[in-house]
Write a protein that binds this ligand. Structure first.
Ligand code: ADP
Ligand code: MG
Length: 627
């Protein structure tokens, strides 16, 4: 038997390993299964190129809990190690890895931005075990070796009678880590990290009911057999070629990824590059709701089919973190902080590759089946609009397929919209005025007024629309967006002929004075306008700029100065309306005041501004008036 000292710079590295990786103890299992997988894949390669006499067969990896002895076993049928190799790979290589790792991390424990803790490898076993054994037999028919280490830098290495090829790692689980002796806990970890690893992983057994034979007698009980419980799918869809997959396969894989998700994805994007970086994966567009914060962190990041994290911030552009699916790339550095990650050249390339693929997919969906694309628009618009706002490259591409729905349910591209309105929807400076509504019910009367004049009205109701509008106004030439209730339409859009006012200048002055005596000046600016006699007599509007700035602030960004400003509105009064003339000609002040109050309240009611006590007294006053 050989004993020895592991060459360590710190006297006892194991307590340190434990301490450093305090919150991430569970990754030991991922590391050990990764090693078992590597060992099996290496053997496969050697047998394929004729450098091993061993029969590859159909190897699997087994995870076994021995609760009575407080042991966890990870067994593989990979290439194994000779005792010289144990000396080299475990005592030197693995250890230098652990040493390096600690060196790298000792000042950065607080850096919450570290993704996972890849790279610690074999020694992560000591996070949960106070003694570790390796029993291993090399594929090159040499005597098996038995290595033990109890957590101090001393180890023992002697012969063993293991007869079959491969490696068994035995963890003597420490007192504070007995959770890892529970079936439930290990099962959970296997599902989290190893669900798609390339070598079958067995964890216990399960009962399976055999189908009854064709000629079985009536009432015969089907036979039950015990089979290995394989926890993984070694060939997940993303590792295959798109040409080998049907629509149904993609949907099936989605269900495999998100078993609790009952809604089907809208469509998918298969990623597959090997130069200048290596990346595969499948992204899915789920149905989006307007609540954007709900849907983050659903894309899973893998490295060679090993799960790493479901936080892909920094790797996938932010607007795409609302998607779902899998990305697998060995070229993403994982032992670095987020800020470093974002500066990494490969990661930048990956991020822009993904953006491009998503844009291309959307563009082909739009071109190949516009009708279907329009149907999906409401479920995907948040992602697209967010992308247009945050990624210049995406904005350029989205120009072609981003849609602008109208209140009548048709969907226009920007180009189509432009050609529809450039003739008759411009202001006095020939700027195109794009009218929009955000809520068909609340803004009904304003929408109606605009439609009566033959104008196109968009329905833009996503939560970030004010930002998008702002962006379009600064990117495009000579356009301006106005919500239907932002101003009176006749003030916005140039008309061929001016309406003449029925009132003289003196009458207008008097009317204005009368109105201003009653209408509270701190909330409403009175504006007299000559309009059609059948247009509304009183109308409340809110200047576009002010309202939009407030909205933008609520959804992040925008200028801060508007947040605390009181709401200001315009009260637009149609001087050509009969009621207005009537008010002007009313003799008693009291009656005049009542008419003005009632009119103001009706205008407020139509904007949804009349609430609570004011609404109650308005209704009471109205009953009094009609009784
Ligand atoms: P890494 O996997 O990054 O090389 P590890 O610390 O995980 O680092 O493992 C160190 C080395 O020990 C491996 O490179 C491999 O040569 C050897 N090794 C570990 N586990 C096994 C195993 N199950 N079968 C064969 N060799 C193994
Ligand atoms: Mg390893």
């Amino acid at each position: 038997m050989a004993t020895g000292n592991i060459n360590v710079s710190v006297e006892n590295i194991f307590p340190l390993i434990k301490k450093f990786l305090y919150s991430d103890h569970e990754i030991f299992l991922r590391e050990l299964i990764s090693n078992a997988t590597d060992a099996t894949l290496k053997l496969k390669h050697l047998t394929q190129i004729g450098e091993s006499k061993s029969e590859y067969g159909t190897p699997m990896i087994e995870v076994k809990i021995d609760k009575d002895n407080k042991q966890l076993h990870i067994i593989d049928q990979g290439l194994g190690m000779t005792s010289e190799e144990v000396e080299k790979y475990i005592n030197q290589v693995a250890f230098s890895g652990a040493n390096e790792f600690l060196e790298q991390y000792k000042d950065k424990v607080e850096d919450a931005g570290i993704i996972g803790h890849f790279g610690l490898g074999f020694y992560s076993a000591f996070m949960v075990a106070d003694k570790v054994e390796i029993i291993t037999k090399s594929h090159n028919d040499e005597p098996a070796a038995h290595w033990t280490c109890d957590g101090s830098p001393q180890f023992t290495l002697d012969a063993h009678d293991k007869a079959d090829r491969g490696t068994e790692i035995i963890l003597h689980i420490a007192e504070d880590s007995t959770e890892f002796l529970e079936d439930g806990r290990i099962g959970e970890l296997l599902t989290k990290y190893n669900k798609f690893m390339p070598i079958p992983i067995k964890f216990g057994t399960k009962e399976e009911t055999l189908p009854l034979a064709e000629d079985a007698e009536e009432g015969a009980t089907p036979e039950k057999i015990t089979v290995d419980n394989i926890i993984n799918n070694p060939e997940p869809a993303w590792t295959k070629q798109p040409s080998d997959l049907e629509e149904e396969d993609y949907k099936g894989f989605y269900r495999e990824l998100y078993p609790m998700q009952f809604e089907e994805p809208l469509f998918n994007i298969h990623l597959n590059v090997d130069y200048p970086f290596n990346l595969t994966g499948i992204l899915y567009f789920p149905k989006m709701t307007n609540d954007m914060s709900m849907q983050r962190d659903r894309i899973q990041l893998y490295q060679n089919q090993v799960f790493v994290t479901d936080n892909v911030e920094g790797i996938v552009p932010e607007f795409l973190t609302m998607l779902r699916g899998v990305i697998d790339s060995p070229d993403i550095p994982l032992n670095v902080s987020r800020s470093y990650l974002q500066a990494d050249g490969n990661v930048k390339k990956i991020s822009s590759y993904i953006t491009r693929k998503v844009a291309d997919k959307l563009s082909s969906l739009f071109k190949n089946n516009r009708e279907d694309f329009e149907k999906k628009w409401d479920d995907i618009k948040v992602v697209i609009e967010y992308g247009m706002l945050s990624e210049e490259k995406f904005f350029e591409k989205a120009e072609k397929f981003a849609l602008y729905p109208t209140v009548d349910g048709s969907y226009l591209t920007y180009e189509e919209l432009e050609s529809k309105i450039k003739e008759n929807q411009t202001d006095k400076d020939d700027k195109m005025i794009i009218l929009y509504a955000s809520n068909k019910d609340e803004q009904h009367s304003y929408i109606q007024a605009a439609k009566d004049k033959g104008y196109e009205v968009l329905l833009l109701d996503s939560p970030i629309v004010s930002h998008l509008i702002q962006k379009l106004e600064t990117t495009k030439e000579k356009i301006s967006f106005a919500r239907v209730d932002a101003d009176h339409i006749d003030n916005l859009i140039k008309k061929d002929e001016e309406q003449l006012s029925k009132l003289s200048d003196e009458e207008k002055d008097k009317l204005k004075g009368d109105l201003e005596k009653v209408v509270p000046a701190e909330r409403y600016t009175v504006q007299l306008e000559a309009m059609d006699s059948d247009a509304s007599p009183f109308m409340i509007t809110q200047p576009e700029f002010m309202r939009r700035m407030k909205e933008m602030q609520q959804t992040g960004g925008g200028m801060n100065m508007f947040g605390n400003m009181p709401e200001m509105y315009n009260l637009v009064v149609n001087t050509n309306h009969e009621l207005v003339t009537q008010i002007l000609n009313t003799k008693t002040d009291k009656k005049k005041e009542r008419l003005i109050k009632q009119s103001l309240d009706l205008a407020r009611l139509s904007q949804g501004l009349l609430k609570g006590e004011e609404l109650t007294s308005f209704i009471k006053r109205s009953y009094d008036m009609i009784k």
